[in-house]
Write a protein of this length. Sequence first.
Length: 128
Amino acid sequence: MPSEQADTIVGANVELKGSLKNHGPIHIHGKVVGDISSDSLVVVGETAVIQGPITAKQIDISGQVFGSVMAQELIELQPKSLVKGDITCGRLSIRPGAVFVGTCQMEGAEGAAGEERSEKKKPRMEVE
C-alpha cells in the first residue's frame, strides 16, 4: 500500500511531541508522541515508534504503535509490526510476524458500527 508519495515525512532521527495533522500522505520513520491524523494514507515505517492515536483513510504499519488505530478503509499490519491498542477499520490485513494486542472493531464502508450492512459491504479480515 505505501505507494502514495508522502506530503509529510518524519525522519528516523526525529522525535516529535504534539499533534501531526495533514490532508495528504504522512510517512513516519522516527518517534511521535501525540496524535496523528490524515484524510489520506499514514505509513508507519519499521524504525517508527508511535505513542498516541492514529486516524486516517488508510494505515500501513511496519513499526511500533502504542495507541488506538482508526482507518476509514484499510489497516495493514506488516511483518515485525507491533500494535498495542484498539483497532477500528473497514478492512484489516495482518501479515505473518505482526503482533497485535487489543480489540478490533470492523465497520462497513458507511463508517458506523452496528448499522445494517448489505452482503457486499461486510468488513473482512485477511490473515496470511
